[in-house]
Each structure stands twice: as C-alpha cells, then as structure tokens.
Design a protein around this ligand. Structure first.
Ligand SMILES: Cc1cc2nc3c(=O)[nH]c(=O)nc-3n(C[C@H](O)[C@H](O)[C@H](O)COP(=O)(O)OP(=O)(O)OC[C@H]3O[C@@H](n4cnc5c(N)ncnc54)[C@H](O)[C@@H]3O)c2cc1C
Length: 388
C-alpha cells in the first residue's frame, strides 16, 4: 500500500520451512518474502500445487496474500484463502501464531495493516492434470450466458479485445490422468508468444496510442489473435495456472463483481471503449480480462462472501488521459451492486471504498487489538480504506 513512512523488505526471507505432502490436508509452510514461483516449485517437488495462485508468479507470497490477489478457480476464493496458519510479527515486536477465528480472516487480506506476516502455512492440493482449451466465442451470446458458462468450468477466464465482436475463452477441466511433461517445442512456442506480447505492449502500443491512435483497432485485433490461439491440450495444472509469463509495464485496474453482475460490468466497459472511440480516444487499448473465483473468507477480500468475476482493464503506458478514463470507468463499475476494487492493482480516486466491505468493522476490531497505536497504518489506509 502507498506509504510516506517506513517500508520493511522481506526480500531475504525466502525459506521453505516445511512441506507436508502426506496428511489429508497437504500444505507447505514458507517465509513470506518468497516468490509465488518458488513456493509453487516447493509444492511441485512434493507432488502438490497451490490453490488460486496469481497468474504472474514473480510476486512475493506476502504481497499476493496481503492484497487479496487470486487466480481463476471457482472452488477457491483468493490465494490467501489457502492460509491454514500464519506467523505474525505484531506492532510491539511479539510473535503471534494465528490459526483460525476472526484474526485469521482479517489476516487473509491484511493490507499490511496488522503486522508483518513472517511465514504462512498454505493448504495445497495434490498435483493434477488438466484438459485446457482456448477458443473464440461470439461476444453477445457469451455475455448473456456468462454466469452459467463460468459455473460450468472450474477454471475459466475470458479476454475481450476492444472493437472485436468475439471474446477469447480459456477453460480448464481437471483430468484423472498422468501429468504430462511439457515438450521443448511447446515451451518455445509459449515463450515466443509471450515475447511478442511484451514487445508489442512495451514498444508498439505506447508509440501508437500517442502517434497513430486510429490504427489501434486493427493492432488490437492482431494482438487478440496472438493472445488467444484456439486449440486444446492436456497439461499440468501448475503450467496452466501460470500459462502467461510475458508482462510489460501497463495501466491495470481490477474490480470484483458478484458473478451474476459480470455481464453488466463487461458490457459497461465495452460500451465505454466504443463511446471513447467515437470521440477519437482509445483509453482501453490492450485487453479486458475476466476471471472467476469462489467466495473468500477474508474480511477485506474483494470477493468476500460471494462467487465473483474479476474484471480487469489493461491499457498501454502513455495512453493519453488514461487516469481520467480509468477514474470514469471505475465510477461506472463501482455503481454496480456489490462492486469492489482489487487492492493490488491501480486504485483510481473513486470515492469512499470502505462502504463496500461489509465486514470492515470486524477487520477494524482485529486491527485495533493487534496494533492499538496504529504503527502499521499510513495516510492512505487511514483515510481511504479504514476511514479513521
Ligand atoms: C505483472 C503483475 C501481474 C499480476 N498478476 C496478478 C494476478 O494474476 N492476480 C492477482 O490477483 N493479482 C495480480 N497482480 C497483483 C499483485 O499480486 C499484487 O500487486 C501484489 O501485491 C504484488 O506483490 P509484491 O510482492 O510486489 O507486493 P508488495 O508491493 O511487496 O506488497 C504489497 C503490499 O502488501 C503488503 N505486504 C507485502 N508483504 C507483506 C508481509 N509479509 N506482511 C504484511 N504485509 C505485507 C504491504 O502492505 C505491501 O505494501 C499482478 C501484479 C503484477 C505487477
């Protein structure tokens, strides 16, 4: 979270403390400075896989947990819903073991306001194979049936590329089959595809949005054709959870909507992009990405208490008036019932956020107990989030 105070780096706290692959609830216990990638590797070595990890696996375990980050899994909430227990260093320097109750549900999305998460035990699942398919679907009928489609596939995600009347769909289905290893050819193809996305997003898009915006619709269409390659394969769950590895700096904000509200939210973004194009502007110019999760127990989780669709808007660096447009898009989406922001992405100035989290008072009670002097607070948290 933004701060004008002190930042604590956990960069060197990267040990795996324990792996329990044999019990009924398999788990790993890791220090929170470890990256999701390293945690996944430790799990994998024991025949396990993390639950709802972030797609991008270079983030730290602590950062992904504290912000309510998530993957795409209708049977899991956020990544932090897999915390079985946590070791917290509190404001007075004492070490607290938390393994349930209100404290754990507050800690699941702690925003750094409760103390320093030193280590966590994460519930894992046994490694499994998935049948994974990508295809293009017609936009309108897909939006119409979106909640039913999402509920019919445990791991589902969608990409909308502005000004294209189709939408990319990726569905993954668990398979009771041996887990295949990925061939060199498949790895190379994946790498090339990601590099094309990074080069396009880092150089081509920022140049076009400023110098030749009228060319954007056809460039976005080509980008979509690279990002979504129709086909199917059997693969390992961990590869598919992190299938996209090419990232560039960009503008990115994400909203959680109750699952049944997802079609309205996506329609609003589609309409916004088209309206702006009519005015000669292209503020949504990379992709709109939708992922589906189950309900989270975290008091401040964006998907607390309900199945959700996370709608993510991604635009190139340098997009003219992008902050203005992102704030307007946020206004439109936050008007929808139950809409909440993802804490780990860009948060526009979108009015009070706190009224959206019905369990905020319970979070506050835990926070006041653990850190009565507000050592872990900062202005952003006090004013925008907690309303102190
Ligand atoms: C390229 C990219 C891809 C992403 N993909 C996804 C995705 O697939 N799904 C998704 O939901 N999100 C995604 N995110 C968002 C990302 O998960 C969050 O922004 C996350 O916080 C980044 O982790 P970090 O290690 O950089 O966190 P940091 O910036 O280090 O931490 C974020 C905040 O968390 C708190 N915090 C961190 N560690 C601790 C700790 N040990 N104890 C207490 N508080 C702590 C602090 O308040 C800190 O300010 C992505 C972000 C990027 C940059």
């Amino acid at each position: 979270m933004p701060t004008s105070g002190t930042m604590i780096s956990l960069r060197r706290l990267t040990r795996c403390l324990e792996v329990d692959a044999m019990s009924e609830t398999p788990s790993i216990r890791v220090e929170c400075g470890m990256s999701v990638r390293e945690a996944e590797a430790h799990a994998r070595a024991a025949g396990l896989v993390l639950r709802s990890p972030t797609m991008f696996d270079r983030v730290s375990v602590g950062g992904a947990l504290a912000t309510g980050s998530h993957g795409a899994d209708l049977e899991s909430g956020c990544f932090s819903d897999s915390i079985l227990s946590a070791t917290l260093v509190t404001a007075d320097g004492s070490v607290l073991e938390v393994s349930g109750g209100e404290e754990l549900d507050a800690l699941r999305v702690g925003l750094g306001a409760l103390g320093i998460l030193y280590a966590v035990r994460l519930r894992c699942q046994r490694a499994f194979a998935v049948f994974s398919e990508e295809r293009w679907l017609d936009l309108e009928p897909t939006l119409e049936e979106l909640p039913a489609l999402a509920r019919s596939v445990r791991f589902a995600q969608l990409w909308y590329f502005p000004f294209v009347d189709r939408i990319g769909f990726k569905g993954m289905y668990t398979l009771d089959a041996p887990i295949p290893t990925r061939s060199r050819g498949a790895r190379a193809a994946r790498w090339l595809r990601d590099q094309a996305a990074v080069i396009g997003g880092t150089t081509v898009m920022p140049a076009l949005v400023r110098a030749a915006p009228r060319l954007l619709p056809s460039v976005i269409r080509s980008g979509g054709a690279i990002a979504v390659t129709p086909g199917a394969r059997v693969s390992s769950a961990w590869h598919e959870f992190h299938f996209h590895q090419g990232y560039m700096r960009c503008w990115d904000m994400s909203f959680s909507l109750p699952l049944d509200g997802a079609p309205r939210a996506l329609r609003r973004v589609v309409t916004y992009a088209e309206r702006a194009r009519g005015d000669g502007e292209f503020p949504v110019n990379m992709a709109v990405y939708a992922r589906f999760t189950g309900a989270s127990c975290g008091f401040l989780a964006a998907n607390h208490g309900r199945e959700s669709c996370f709608v993510e808007v991604v635009s190139a660096r340098g997009t003219p008036r992008v902050e203005h447009h992102f704030a307007r898009i946020a206004d439109e989406l936050l008007e929808l019932p139950g809409a909440r922001m993802h804490w780990g992405k860009h948060i526009p100035d979108a009015g009070s956020l706190r009224s959206r989290y019905p369990t905020l008072p319970r979070f506050q009670a835990v926070r006041a107990r653990l850190d009565p002097r507000g050592v872990f607070l900062n202005r952003h948290l006090e004013r925008e989030v907690l309303g102190l």
